[in-house]
Design a protein around this ligand. Sequence first.
Ligand code: MN
Length: 498
Amino acid sequence: MLSVKKYQFWFCTGSQDLYGDECLAHVAEHSKEIVECLNASGVLPFEVVWKPTLLTADMIRKTFNEANNDEDCAGVITWMHTFSPAKSWIFGLQEFRKPLLHLHTQYNEEIPYETMDMDFMNENQAAHGDREYAHILSRMRIERKIVVGYWKDKAVQEKIAGWMRTAVGVVESSKIRVMRIADNMRNVAVTEGDKVEAQLKFGWTVDAYPVNQIAEAVAAVSASDTNALVDEYYEKYDICLEGRDPEEFKKHVAVQAQIELGFERFLKEKNYQAIVTHFGDLGALKQLPGLAIQRLMEKGYGFGAEGDWKVAAMVRLMKIMSYGMKDAKGTSMLEDYTYNLVKGKEGIIQAHMLEICPTIADGPIQIKCQPLSMGDREDPARLVFQSKVGPGLATSLIDLGNRFRLIIQDVDCKKVEKPLPKLPTAINFWTPQPDFYTGTEAWLLAGGAHHTAFSYDVTAEQMGDWAAAMGIEAVFIDKNTNIKDFKKDLMLGEVFYR
Ligand code: MN
């Protein structure tokens, strides 16, 4: 499994020396208590680290630069317990380069009606101290997440948790390296894009390799390693021969096992976390990588088909953002395949030739071996399953020539009405929000691709925050979308992101 580092988030409390030592001692006690409570809540996916109260411009600047240079720190949470004059924050904020959360909270939940005096008023000033701080963030046009509410409230803690995952997506984005095996499919527009701009904006490295270089790595995998993996497949999955000879079937499966091992070794050796293939350019590979790619995606690798490096990077990104999530339902590349247009049952079958990640599977997973009906290779073995039901998120990152746009669509995943006994691919089936007609029209207006990076676990808010951190346009298609306003969103993007 491709793991994600155990990042930490720094908790920085703002104050000043106007109120005396006793007050500052309380500020420190309170912020320590908040950090301990957040860490003990079980809600946050990463640890919060308490930092001494920030009182002066020098301290603030020093702390933010230490956060920049600490490789384990994925972001800073700030909170002004008392009034902290915001000009003190200018130098530190100018130099800070990591995700920033402004936690707008207060130590006490309720107004202390019986005891409140001027000492209390001086000590507990988040309601206006945090406004002074937010003002300078806005004046400096600093992208940040704001979470408002009481720190013991689970909803507040969950918002912090969601932001932490986004922040890790932001800091890990520049570590995503995509290996392209062959070029984009000829004449296709939407899978193309500016790789230099992608590196500038997202930090992605996108490199091409000749297909036969990776095919040699596959050929170098020993028969014993291959057979051991085939045994694992036969234990884990249901074998669906569909009239094929069992020995011949097993040989086809072994080809995919050898590809899985060869690809994984090649990716690891060269430090890539995402891969792109192309069914029309397979060199010495005997089959289109199907089962092999499905298993690599399950292990955390990003994948894009037909040269689609943007989807490969996005799938990896969304796997990072949902890493280690309790009760995660899965993340995969998907493709809009075909519609059901029956009134009241409208939806889109999501599939691909082969390459759907088994993390999204619901129920048993079969291995099938069927003709691809395109290309010139052996019938590839693939994993076949249906996907989970429930809300999901489809994203498409497109290159508009002068900029990237991220399209973020809420979808409702459902079971297909009837079995599909002759379809030898894994599928998902969804109806876009707010309804099939509006959701599909909006997607077409926005120029969304037929390939998507899909997740049950990452939210639209998180992807929007990620896009904002990357400085790119994001458009949302959700339960509130109507075409008239959506067109205005797109027009606004044309002006703002030129
Ligand atoms: Mn495709």
